[in-house]
Design a protein around this ligand. Structure first.
Ligand code: NAD
Length: 335
């Protein structure tokens, strides 16, 4: 099987490329990524030179580029490419609409024209908005996005539905909860707090810190995507989560305890506008229908993640200093 993975130089995409080549060593992967600030080819440095892996730098909204790639033959598309940081979407929504909506539409269109067998759209539980009271989001919950980021992702989900209904393109959408694990860009909560705590710098907690997120270890998300890619029913949506609800303050305490740092590092800062209070995801559909289960308990995943950041300080120091951007030039300039 030949898969076009988009956004494969980002956090989840790079974990997925490595995962898919580990469990399906005979597959071919083309990784199309624009290398925005969030894309880092060092995430996949260990795959350089493998015959069945190729990196292409480019924009998912570039119809001409897509035409060339699809003409070479593509069996399946896995679309991770996105502007993904909520705070950045509040500062500048335009990029989010261009990539997350128009970029997804360009990819859908190419997939339709070249009749690919499977289009997997990686969406998010944030499309459901904020949960009031008990319970969890199911695939039937109404879409009620509250940030420009989640609104752009919800729009992409609806385009996917339209391409399935109108053109019979075999699209499947997954909506996953918050991921954590190796290679996450250190402006997101968990890696930001780990790396700041290691440097004895303040940990900026939004508002009262009682916002609840449902956390999943990134490898468990990858195994769910592998299941859906192969056996998900076209036109369906699958929620993915690991039943690990934690407040931001609980996450902060876990990190401080594991690193043996002082609670005095915590700084409560002004809240994010439109901040969703609680997300929780009901993933019984993927569990019942496709037999998928998350395998990593939260405590184990956090211990592994903290350990990974401790062992890979050069990786995140280069991001914090901006040096990671030179990697592409070094590796690909003369190719
Ligand atoms: N991180 C999470 O907790 C989470 C949870 C659920 C769903 N998701 C979704 O999973 C996907 C991946 O998230 P992530 O956290 O790995 O994001 P990320 O920001 O780490 O990676 C995004 C990647 O997309 C690339 N990209 C951006 N615009 C592009 C474009 N126009 N063309 C080609 N490539 C482009 C970037 O260079 C980067 O490598 C996103 O679609 C996101 O909405 C993320």
């Amino acid at each position: 099987m030949k898969i076009l993975v988009t956004g494969g130089a980002g956090f989840i995409g790079s974990n997925f490329v490595r995962y898919i080549l580990e469990v399906h060593p005979d597959y071919e992967v083309v990784n199309l990524d624009l290398l925005t600030y969030a894309g880092n080819l060092e995430n996949l440095a260990d795959l350089e030179g493998r015959e069945n892996y190729r990196f292409v730098r480019g924009d998912i909204a570039d119809a001409g580029l897509l035409d060339g790639l699809f003409a070479e033959g593509v069996d399946g598309v896995v679309n991770f490419a996105a502007e993904s940081h909520v705070d950045r979407s509040i500062e500048d929504p335009g990029h989010f609409l261009a990539t997350n909506i128009l970029g997804t539409q360009a990819l859908l269109e190419a997939a339709r024209r070249y009749r690919v067998n499977r289009f997997l759209q990686i969406s998010t539980d944030e499309v459901y908005g904020s949960l009031a009271g008990e319970g969890a989001f199911t695939e039937e919950s109404p879409l009620a996005p509250n940030s420009p980021y989640s609104a752009s992702k919800a729009s992409a989900d609806l385009l996917c539905r339209a391409y399935w209904k109108t053109y019979d393109l075999p699209v499947v959408v997954t909506r996953c909860s918050n991921n954590y694990g190796p290679f996450q860009f250190p402006e997101k909560l968990i890696p930001l707090f780990i790396t700041n705590a290691l440097a004895d710098e303040p940990l900026p907690v939004y508002g009262d810190g009682l916002y609840v997120r449902d956390w999943i270890y990134v490898r468990d998300h990858c195994s769910a995507l592998d299941r859906v890619l192969h056996d998900g029913r076209p036109g369906e949506i699958y929620n993915v989560g690991a039943d690990a609800e934690r407040t931001n303050l609980e996450i902060t305490q876990t990190i401080l305890e594991k690193l043996d740092k002082d609670a005095g590092l915590v700084r409560h800062v002004k809240d994010r506008p439109g901040h969703d209070r609680r997300y929780a995801i009901d993933s019984s559909k993927i569990q019942t229908e496709l037999g998928w289960r998350p395998e990593t308990p939260f405590q184990d995943g956090m211990a592994d993640t903290i350990d990974w950041y401790l062992r890979n300080e050069p990786w995140w120091q280069k991001i914090k200093s901006g040096e990671y951007r030179e990697y592409y030039e070094r590796m690909y300039r003369n190719r």
